[in-house]
Structure formats: structure tokens, C-alpha cells
Write a protein that binds this ligand. Sequence first.
Ligand code: FES
Length: 322
Amino acid sequence: MTTSPALSVRVRATTWEAEGILGFELVPLSPGEQLPAFTAGAHIDLYLRDGMVRSYSLLNDPCETHRYRIGVNRDAKSRGGSQYLHEALRTGSVLTISVPRNNFPLDESSPFNVFIAGGIGITPLLSMIARSQALGTPWRLHYAARTRAHAGFLDLLEGWRGQPGAEVQLNFDQEPGGRMLDLAAVIAELPEGAHVYCCGPLPMLEAYAQATAALPPGRVHREYFAAKEAASTDGGFSVVLARSGRTVPVRAGQTILDSLIEAGIEPTYSCREGVCGTCEQRVIDGTPDHRDLVLSDAQKAANDRILICCSGSRSRRLVLDL
Ligand code: FES
């Protein structure tokens, strides 16, 4: 598999953060080395055994370049990634990772940030909170988890609680008297001009989409962990590679990525689920059938880029800058 640029890091510390959640601190192999800088909301890919690749958000302060921190929830529906990390990764292990990428950036011009986290969805928001603090942008966090025991990184939040411009609201729906977080009420109380960011499980993101439907799209941000709809595998079109002039047919049952790999071409990819953005390609001609969760509605409407692991084509011919 071709992947984005990779680097080796060592697991410096493994921490128990909450029920089912481990934290990993990753550092350069040589003391004194620095890691590539990242921006709030960024993620890295972890290249695991047997070609398994998994993406995790960086949760530490983006001003830090001596380490990356990630949080890994042991997912009951795990395809192997979180289980491997929980069971096999040890302090001292060496890992291959990608350089950071960011599909969920913080708008640093915002006068106020409202963050909504569900479970392990807290991780990208922690780096955004650290950046908001550095910028002096007031912020409010709504953090929903089943119980306090399932809520990771509360110690970090405690450090910010009570600081000027910081507000933390915790919501534990499975504790006595607990209720689901009322997203409509959260959005109804947004401060003037606030930007709102949500990361959590699919039902929360769907409720969030409904609650924010009337807001200007530029103020609404979200990140998905897993695919929402199936990849396009209808086939019946051709991909033209503009740089080589090659034409590759995409048959029924294949994604564009499948057909390119079969043709011996090695485009860059990672999650194969339309959530990480690694496989993005520029479209020169034709109309994509977008199925990803990375591009915004405006970016999809422009039809000038495509995520080839999941999206197909509405036109018989799709010309890519590849
Ligand atoms: S490989 Fe992750 S979006 Fe395509």
C-alpha cells in the first residue's frame, strides 16, 4: 500500500484514561528530536500489523512538538485496530505513523467556540481547547459520556475549569437522573457568532446536523469516525489518468481505488471508509458521486476533488490529476 509520508515513533507512556480508553504518548526515537508540527483537530494514521491502518486524533496542545498524544477507545465493533492497540502495544514499542493531517481545523477567527463531544470524540476537541486558550478565545465544552467512569481526560479538563473564558459542562446520561444531551438546547444557546464543533458517535452527529441546519454552514464543523453510507461500487465508468494518459475501467463491485490498485497503480490511501481524507485526488473533468464524510457540501458541489476509496462517478468518464 502506498501511504502518506511515514515516521517512526516510540510509545513513551501508556495510561489508563477511563473505562475502555487507553492513552498513548508517542515521542521521536532519538532524544531531542522534534516531531512535525500539527494544528488543532489534526489526526495521524497508525500503520499496524498486516497492513492495518487506523486514524487517531491528536489530543495534546498543538504547541508541543516533542510528543503526540492519542486516546484509543476499545471499540466493541473493532475491526482489529483498537483491540490490537489495547492488547499488544506496550510502553517502549516502536510504531510507524503518518505525518499529521487535518480535516477538522479550528477557525481561529471565531469570537467564541462551542465544543460538543460524545465519548472518545473528546480527543480532537482537547487540542482545539488548548489552542482556544492560547488564542484567548472563550469556549464552552459539552462532554457527553455514559457515566463519569467512561469519560476520559477529565484531569485535563479539570486543569482548564475555572480559567477565564472556559466553561465545561459534563453530561452522563446513564447515571441516576441522567438524560441525553439536548443538542437543540445547546445550539439555541450559542453565543453571537460562535463556531460550533462536534465529534462523537453517528447518532449524535445526525442529531447535531438537524440541530444546526439553520446556522450558516461556515460556523458548523464536525468530524466522523466511521463511514455513514456505503461506498459507490456500481462501476460502469472509466477513470482517465491525466498525467499518464491511461484509462482504467471501474467495474461493478469495485471502488475507484480498487480498480487503480488492480491496474498496478498505487495511489495514497488509508482508512478506505471516506473519513480520513488521505485518498483525495483532483478532478479535471467529469462529475463525482460523493460518498465521503470529509469534504464539505460546498467542496462536493464544486466537483473538483474526489475521495477515491468510496466515491464513484455520475459521468461515464472521470479525469483525475493522477
Ligand atoms: S482512504 Fe480515508 S478517505 Fe479515502
